[in-house]
Each structure stands twice: as structure tokens, then as C-alpha cells.
Design a protein around this ligand. Structure first.
Ligand code: AMP
Length: 211
């Protein structure tokens, strides 16, 4: 968990290299739906473009369906979910139903100025989802994905204005979710303003406590 630009996507990619589990990113799932013009995508688009949260019932149904797929039997990595208390409470029922409770929550903590710098310089590949940064992690050829050769784009919500809205939403809606898991004693707080490798070391340390 962490605000926009904290490095959830980057850490997820690194975690997946070490653990053979599915990456369930609600942001990626929603963007796929928007790209494919599905009913869900059309509904979610206006919320996402404005930097607002998509309604809880839509997200909960989407995650519940995804977690019932076979590949989640060996565990899962959630990225960007749950983001509200309503989602966390609904998810508690899903956890019990599938018998796979959350065992570790990683809270990535970063100050606002660093987030602005990260968000405004972020570029993504619309085809394969690879993430770049114009200064910190540039592609080999400017504007072109190293992995699949597609033209890189900027997310519509990666502006200072949208970041402010998203941070507001994070403080109001998502921080209480971290407190919810803190009560279970499973949250690792990590200073995510450091270099990627240093943050990942801390993430690995947190995950090493898992059974
Ligand atoms: P992300 O890629 O995680 O930053 O998500 C991008 C956008 O998708 C967010 O700003 C929200 O509009 C929407 N979104 C992703 N996950 C959720 C969620 N769990 N609940 C509500 N909206 C979400």
C-alpha cells in the first residue's frame, strides 16, 4: 500500500521475480477495461481520469472474481486494493471464503514533494505495462518501451492536480485501511523515498517473515 508514486508497481514487479504468485493490481485491471472499452471500463473511466476512487461495489466484485481463479491458490499479491475501509471489510469475508488471509501488508511511505517528482516524470508502456521515469529510469530510446518497442505514454492522472486529489483520497480513505491491518499486527512500514534497491531490501526483509 502507498500513495500514487510510492512505488507500488515497481515493488510489485520485483516481488514477482522472486515469488511465483499472481499480481492483482486493481489499477491495471481497471486500465485494461478502459482500453478494451468494456462496460466496467466505461463506468470507471470518469472516476479514474479525475483522480477519484472507483465505487467500492465495482472494485469488490472485480477482485472477488479474480481471486477465485486457479492461479490464486498458491497466494497472491494485491496492489492498490483494499483502498477503503468498506473494501477491507468486504475483503475480510472474501479472505475467509477462499481460506487465504492476508499475511503481510507493506506500507510504502513517501513525502509529497518526492511524489510530485516521481509522478510527473513517470512514463508507462500502454501495451506491456512497463514503468519508466524520464530521469530515474529512462528507456534506452527516448519515448520507446525497451521491452516491446511501443510508444510510451503518460497516465492521464499523473499530473500535480490529480496527485493532490489522489493524496487527499489516500489520507481520508486509505490510511484507515492501514490502521485496520495494523491492528492485526501485519503491517511493515517502509521509507520508500530511498533508491529502488534499498526499498526492495526492506520489502524482502518484511516478506521473509512470512511462513
Ligand atoms: P493505481 O494504478 O493503483 O494508482 O489506480 C489508478 C486509479 O484506479 C485510481 O486513482 C482509482 O481511480 C482507481 N482504483 C484503483 N484501485 C482502486 C480501488 N481499490 N478502489 C477504488 N478505485 C481504485
Amino acid at each position: 500500500m502507498g500513495p500514487a508514486g510510492a512505488g507500488k508497481g515497481t515493488m510489485s514487479d520485483l516481488i514477482l521475480k522472486e515469488y511465483d504468485i499472481p499480481h492483482i493490481s486493481t489499477g491495471d485491471m481497471l486500465r485494461d477495461n478502459v482500453r478494451n472499452n468494456t462496460e466496467l471500463g466505461n463506468l470507471a473511466k470518469s472516476y479514474m481520469d479525475a483522480g477519484n476512487l472507483v465505487p467500492d461495489d465495482v472494485i469488490i466484485a472485480m477482485v472477488e472474481k479474480r481471486l477465485q481463479e486457479d492461479d490464486c491458490q498458491k497466494g497472491y499479491l494485491l496492489d492498490g486494493f483494499p483502498r477503503t475501509l468498506v473494501q477491507a471489510e468486504a475483503f475480510e469475508k472474501i479472505e475467509n471464503k477462499i481460506g487465504k488471509p492476508v499475511e503481510c501488508v507493506i506500507a510504502l511511505e513517501v513525502g509529497f514533494d518526492t511524489l510530485v517528482e516521481r509522478i510527473t516524470g513517470r512514463r508507462i508502456c500502454p501495451k506491456c505495462g512497463a514503468i519508466y521515469h524520464i530521469h530515474n529510469k529512462p528507456s534506452k530510446i527516448e519515448g520507446i518501451c525497451d521491452v516491446c518497442g511501443s510508444e510510451l505514454t503518460q497516465r492521464k492522472d499523473d499530473t500535480v492536480e490529480q496527485l493532490t486529489v489522489r493524496m487527499d483520497g489516500y489520507e481520508k480513505s486509505t490510511k484507515p485501511v492501514i490502521d485496520f491491518y495494523d491492528k492485526r499486527g501485519i503491517v511493515s512500514y517502509i521509507d520508500a523515498s530511498q533508491e529502488t534497491a534499498a526499498v526492495f531490501e526492506k520489502v524482502k526483509e518484511a516478506l521473509s517473515k512470512l511462513k
